[in-house]
Design a protein around this ligand. Structure first.
Ligand code: ADP
Length: 794
């Protein structure tokens, strides 16, 4: 082959080789750039996928790049950054930052001082918190810009804060908050636990919880742990634990299991509350509630707005509004009048000072009726002393007030009666004194003396009657009145009454008509007392009827009763006074009674006596001027009994003539010298031989020498009383001879028994009726003579 040809072949093969290499190089380049593009895309994807927001800026603060997360975090409108790229500084979105000035200043600082790395917290207006980290970027040792990464740490920050809060709460809790592991080893111990149990955290953390449990309750821990291992919670478990000083504490425990992230129970939290005080308060409250329930008083609390906030059963009983009706109501609806202003005053007084009020007032009930209450109003405050309102306490005093009223009225009647009594007792004294005067001045004129004596006897009789009535009344009042019951005929009773009333009826020229049932009507009665009943009624009719009026006394048998009415044409009794006429000291019209002489006791005696006989009495009148009628009903005696002789009484009237000149030796013993002397005078005028002495010892001496046949022995004497003197006389050798007659103000059966036991033969009640005395002395002297004449029994 030629050289040129060879050269040509060589050239061609070299060219082909070069071309081949070029091709290979091109292929390699292409492969390389594809790889680059791939890794760039990967990088971009990673850049966008990271959870942090990333921003890249150049040295002039202009934005070069950013990722998707950044746009999302800052909640920027689409395309904003695309447009801002390469010429817009990063402050573009600072409007979302809470403190924009500080943010801008910090950026300035970073760019000026160019620290390689920074960390800042950014607080957004919407409450989010970002952590921002920046790093300088270098290329070939030259600073080219910064990469900023933003992370949203809002949730983490909140969790941190919650953690801090929780710790603070635990620390500041009043309750003891403790945690322990499942073996019962204490792991945490707050300040409340320190206060309650007395141990510090260092002393107990790491030790067993059983430290706190009293020995007798030690199994409790096992029971608690078992429940907790099962995942159960224990609430308000009341038990006792020990403090460091050995004090027993009443506590309430709430215990919960503590779990880790996987739900495994890893320990126990325990809250212990000291309930010693609250237990004590509970006890007190329970007692208070019991006490309040047993309070019968009305209790009402009104707050300072005037609203009723408490209303007990007592208030419901007293005032008629139920608890439900009264609660929450304004007080003015329930308390009108007096209480209204009282409460208003108290409420307003609270503004300045706490007042108290107590007193009585008439409260209005729901049904508009009134009730007198004793009330107290006091301010009420809570345990801390803060005023809550006012408390009203009240109870019904109407009964007491009625009793007081009655007492006042009775007291007044008594005063009036005493004045009247003095007046009535004085009335006869003037004529008596006049009579004495007449006797002295006209001693020689037998006729005048006799007239004076008759007048004086009448006046004395009047006085004695007054005093007798008073005594009867007091005996009835003290239940000391004794009736001498016997079977008596109604006719005897009425005859006796008419006889007593006759002088008064005649003096006023009234016409009396008596109409009794035919035949004998027998009563179990005390003749004297029953006669007194009808004589009182007849006397009243005579007294309260104009002269020349008419009086009817009518008796009628009705079944086993006898009905006796006394009717007159007199002044009558007004309707409103009818019910009260039988009351003691009651007089319808004082002005009339004074002129007629009366004490207002006659009708009470009538009622007393009638009721003692098992009967009733009522007064009727059609009014003033229409006359009056008194109706007495009495049971008739059972016919089986044989009538007895009527008992002796004031109206007994056998031969009344005193025996004169009997020559009896009589010793009068009375400490009242006037009484003794005047009696001695009267008896010696009759011809008896009389001595008077004024005390017991003297009586015994004189009796020994005087040898009286009769001793009139006053019982009530100072020193040795009449009974004692009688006993001593009876013990003397001569002491059986005289007849002793006790003279006393007391005539009850008991008194008579007492005088008999003292050795007295007779018993007379003052003032002594001379006729009766004379008869008794005669009988006794005769009996003694007979006894002494008879041979003595051994
Ligand atoms: P006195 O001593 O005042 O008569 P009484 O107790 O007997 O007392 O009577 C009480 C009152 O009853 C009298 O004061 C009188 O006002 C009234 N009275 C009693 N009887 C009659 C009567 N027959 N007619 C009118 N009033 C009478």
């Amino acid at each position: 082959m030629a050289r040129d040809e060879r050269e040509d072949v060589l050239l061609r093969s070299a060219a082909a080789q070069a071309e081949e290499e070029l091709l290979r190089a091109k292929e390699a380049l292409e492969a390389r750039s594809a790889e680059l593009a791939r890794s760039l895309a990967m990088m971009r994807a990673t850049f966008d996928a990271t959870s942090d927001g990333i921003l890249v800026t150049d040295r002039e603060r202009c934005i070069i790049d950013y990722n998707r997360q950044y746009v999302a975090m800052w909640r920027l409108p689409d395309g904003l950054l695309e447009r801002a790229k390469f010429h817009h500084p990063m402050e573009a979105c600072s409007c979302q930052i809470r403190d924009r000035a500080a943010y801008a200043a910090r950026l300035d600082e970073i760019y000026e001082t160019a620290p390689p790395e920074t960390t800042d917290l950014l607080e957004f207006l919407d409450g989010r918190t970002f952590e921002r980290i920046s790093q300088i970027q270098y290329l070939d040792g030259r600073e080219v810009g910064r990469v900023w990464s933003f992370r949203d740490i809002t949730a983490r920050k909140q969790a941190d804060e919650a953690q801090v809060m929780l710790a603070a709460i635990v620390e500041s809790s009043e309750d003891a908050i403790i945690s322990k592991d499942l073996d019962g080893i204490i792991r945490s111990w707050n300040r409340g636990a320190e206060r309650l149990f007395g141990y510090t955290g260092e002393e107990v953390i790491g030790r067993s919880i059983t430290l706190l449990i009293p020995p007798e309750l030690i199994e409790e821990e096992q029971f608690i742990l078992q429940k907790l291992r099962r995942g159960e919670r224990i609430e308000h478990f009341e038990t006792v634990r020990m403090s460091k000083e050995g004090r027993r504490l009443n506590i309430s425990l709430t215990i919960s299991p503590v779990r880790d992230h996987h739900g495994r129970i890893i320990g126990v939290s325990k809250i212990a509350r000291d309930i010693t005080e609250s237990k004590r308060l509970q006890d007190i409250l329970a007692w208070d509630a019991l006490l309040l329930a047993s309070v019968r008083d009305a209790m009402v609390v009104v707050d300072f707005n005037g609203t009723i906030t408490y209303w007990n059963e007592g208030a419901a009983r007293l005032l008629g509004w139920t608890v439900a009706e009264a609660m929450g109501v304004h007080y003015s609806g329930l308390f009108p009048d007096a209480a209204h202003s009282l409460i208003a005053e108290q409420i307003s007084a609270h503004a300045t000072s706490a007042l108290e009020w107590s007193g009585e007032y008439e409260a209005l009930r729901k049904d508009r009726s009134r009730v007198w209450v004793d009330a107290r109003i006091v301010p009420v405050a809570d345990a801390a002393g803060r005023p809550l309102g006012i408390l009203g306490l009240a109870h019904d005093i109407s009964e007491r007030r009625e009793a007081e009223e009655a007492l006042r009225a009775a007291d007044q009647r008594k005063d009036e009666f005493l004045a009247l009594l003095a007046h009535e007792l004085r009335n006869p004294l003037a004529p008596l004194r006049n009579g004495l005067q007449v006797m002295r001045l006209a001693a020689g004129d037998a006729k005048m003396v006799a007239q004076a004596r008759v007048m004086m006897e009448r006046q004395l009789g009047h006085m004695v009657r007054l005093v007798d009535d008073l005594l009867d009344l007091s005996r009835i009042g003290q239940n000391k009145m004794e009736l001498r019951l016997a079977q008596v005929s109604l006719k005897d009773v009425i005859d006796s009454a008419v006889e007593t009333a006759r002088p008064m009826i005649s003096a006023a020229e009234h016409e009396l008509t008596v109409d009794l049932p035919a035949g004998d009507t027998l009563l179990d009665a005390d003749l004297t007392r029953l006669a007194q009943v009808f004589s009182n009624l007849l006397n009243n009719s005579a007294k309260y009827t104009e002269n020349g009026g008419r009086i009817w006394l009518t008796g009628e048998r009705r079944g086993d009763e006898v009905v006796v009415t006394v009717r007159d044409t007199g002044i009558g009794i007004p309707a409103n006074a009818l019910a009260g006429v039988f009351d003691l000291f009651s007089q319808v019209d004082r002005s009339i009674e004074r002129s007629t002489g009366g004490l207002g006791i006659g009708l009470s005696l009538v009622k007393g006596f009638v009721e003692m006989h098992g009967g009733t009495v009522v007064a009727e009148s059609e009014g003033r001027g229409k006359g009056s009628q008194f109706t007495v009903r009495l049971p008739i005696a059972s016919p089986a009994r044989v009538p007895e002789a009527p008992a002796a009484g004031r109206t007994a009237h056998e031969d009344d003539e005193p025996a004169h000149g009997r020559g009896r030796r009589i010793l009068i013993v009375d400490d009242n010298e006037d009484a003794a002397r005047s009696m001695a005078r009267v008896l010696s005028l009759q011809g008896d031989e009389v001595l008077a002495v004024h005390d017991g010892a003297e009586a015994i001496d004189v009796a020994e020498t005087f040898q009286p046949q009769v001793i009139l022995m006053d019982v009530g004497m100072p020193g040795m009383n009449g009974y004692e003197v009688s006993r001593r006389i009876r013990n003397k050798p001569w002491g059986r001879t005289p007849a002793i007659i006790a003279v006393t103000g007391w005539g009850q059966e008991d008194d008579r028994i007492e005088s008999r036991e003292a050795g007295c033969d007779g018993h007379l009640v003052k003032p002594v009726d001379l006729v009766e005395l004379d008869k008794l002395m005669d009988a006794l002297v005769r009996a003694k003579r007979a006894a002494n004449a008879a041979p003595q029994e051994s």
